[in-house]
Write a protein that binds this ligand. Structure first.
Ligand SMILES: Cc1cc2nc3c(=O)[nH]c(=O)nc-3n(C[C@H](O)[C@H](O)[C@H](O)COP(=O)(O)OP(=O)(O)OC[C@H]3O[C@@H](n4cnc5c(N)ncnc54)[C@H](O)[C@@H]3O)c2cc1C
Length: 448
């Protein structure tokens, strides 16, 4: 059983070797790459997924495990509704306990103003038949008993779910392999191989895989890989701190957040906790390159981020990270197999304090483990899911902006159809790559 957070010391579960030829190559073994591989394999497409470190070792195991429809961008909601259905199917089919439970998601409100802020989503949810509703102060206290604070009310979606990310995504990878996908860990994709202006393969650290279709699903590394091939996306990543408590009595089976702490009941009897706000941006070359596109997000929430002057060496946007390398050269991807930022100590003190303050009946809160993840984001807080116009055969699904776990299987199914040239069943206009270069104004989705 691998440790958590996953590390390079964990045994390789998917050793390969990679085939010499594949219909599709997927770069990145997070929830997006894994579920795309699964749905392609299901259709009989020969698909190979290469992962530079371990399956799900970055964001896809480090997240809070919320599978939420609540608070989604209107254009994402139909895909999340599908994803919720797919999660149930996949949990059954994979035959492993991934901790999937329908226990609801709740946003707690301090004031009438907070409650008014929920109005837009209540209307969107109603249009799509999602069971989101507002709760009075008394209903909120009844839903989550034992809270020391009296909230003005809440917005809740009982049909939202939770799962254990570190169990779920590796289990889906095993299912994808059973369906015929090839998955290779410890295998960085270095560059695309091009002939006559179109993709002819992917150079990995283990050699060339010939292919005509490539999906970049590299999470926080996607823009570095794409830029090497002259494709620019304004992606930045922010560090977000998380902790898991020792087992504690159950105060609420679901997930909830107030202005100080987010919490979610875990399968092991503890809670996953995260500080409200306090994500950090390591300033690097891409921060300057794309700054102007992030101004709307900055004005919307001027104090939402801390700024740190430089990323640790080897991070995707560190000052010293090479932006160019050759196919036969060691690339930045294999130099850092697992992006493992140090959690913020201030953030950890804050979650211990705030969770104990909210639930004094639980007694002292002891953290079992703590970690951080780099959330990859786009300026309008919705992903890029598109084919790349300038390179025939290249597809991108990235920038999940802090909510890619829940929507993951929905995006995976959509991208699998996009690559096969099938109808995708949803309008992807909002997620097109050209929105950042065709003069469209930035239209902000809901916050991270
Ligand atoms: C702290 C935190 C809390 C979150 N909470 C939630 C939540 O509750 N609910 C929710 O829906 N979402 C949440 N998210 C967001 C969610 O985890 C991500 O959106 C999602 O996991 C992104 O999946 P991905 O497959 O795009 O990227 P990742 O999971 O980051 O996977 C990308 C993979 O690509 C690999 N890779 C990159 N470049 C290469 C290369 N050149 N060659 C080979 N491999 C490569 C990387 O090693 C990595 O494993 C949270 C994220 C964090 C960090």
């Amino acid at each position: 059983m691998p440790s958590f957070p996953f590390s390079e010391k964990d045994p390789i579960q998917f050793p390969g070797p990679a085939p010499k030829r594949s219909d599709v190559v997927i770069i990145g073994g997070g929830v997006i790459g894994v579920t795309t591989a699964l749905y392609l394999a299901e259709k009989g497409v020969a698909v190979t997924l290469v992962e530079k470190g371990r399956i799900a070792a970055e964001q896809s195991s480090r997240n809070w495990g919320w599978i939420r429809q609540q608070g989604r961008d209107a254009d994402e909601l139909p895909i999340v509704i599908e994803a919720r259905r797919l999660w149930k199917e996949l949990a059954q089919e994979c035959g492993e306990d991934i901790g999937l439970q329908q226990t609801g998601v709740t946003y707690l409100a301090n004031s009438a103003r907070d409650m008014n802020g929920f109005d837009d989503f209540i209307k969107i949810a109603a249009r799509h038949g999602v069971d989101t509703r507002l709760l009075s102060s008394a209903e909120t206290a009844a839903l989550i008993p034992g809270m020391a604070r009296t909230f003005h009310g809440a917005m809740t979606t009982p049909s939202d779910m939770r799962a254990e990310p570190s169990l779920a995504v590796p289990a889906l990878a095993r299912l994808a392999v059973r369906k015929g996908a090839a998955i290779v860990e410890n295998c960085a994709a270095r560059t695309l191989d091009m002939s006559e202006g179109r993709i002819s393969g992917v150079w990995t650290e283990a050699g060339l895989i010939e292919t005509s279709s490539v999906l970049v699903a590299g999470g926080a590394w996607s823009s570095l890989f794409l830029r090497r091939h002259g494709v620019s996306i304004p992606q930045l990543s922010v560090r977000s701190t998380v902790a898991a408590t020792e087992p504690l009595p159950e105060v609420h089976a679901g997930a909830a957040v107030d202005d100080h702490v987010a919490f979610r009941r875990r399968q092991d009897g503890g809670y996953t906790l995260a500080p409200g706000g306090g994500s950090a941006l390591y300033v690097g070359p891409d921060s300057f390159r794309h700054a102007i596109k992030y101004l709307p997000a900055l004005f919307d929430n001027p104090f939402g981020l801390r700024y740190l002057p430089a990323a640790p060496s080897g991070f995707p946007d560190a000052w010293s990270t090479p932006r160019h390398w050759a196919a036969d050269e060691k690339s930045p991807f294999e130099r850092m197999r697992i992006l493992n930022p140090a959690p913020s100590r201030k953030g950890l003190r804050s979650v211990e304090r705030e969770f104990a303050r909210l639930f004094p009946g639980l007694g002292p809160i002891r953290l079992k483990t703590a970690w951080a993840g780099m959330i990859d984001a786009m300026p309008d807080v919705v992903p890029v899911v598109d084919r790349v116009q300038s390179i025939d055969g290249l597809f991108v699904a990235t920038g999940m902006s802090g909510h890619g776990f829940g929507i993951g299987p929905g995006i995976g199914r959509v991208v699998a159809d996009l690559i096969q040239g099938n109808a995708v069943g949803h309008d992807l206009t909002r997620f097109r790559m050209s929105r950042f270069s065709d003069g469209s104004p930035i239209r902000l989705g809901p916050a991270l």
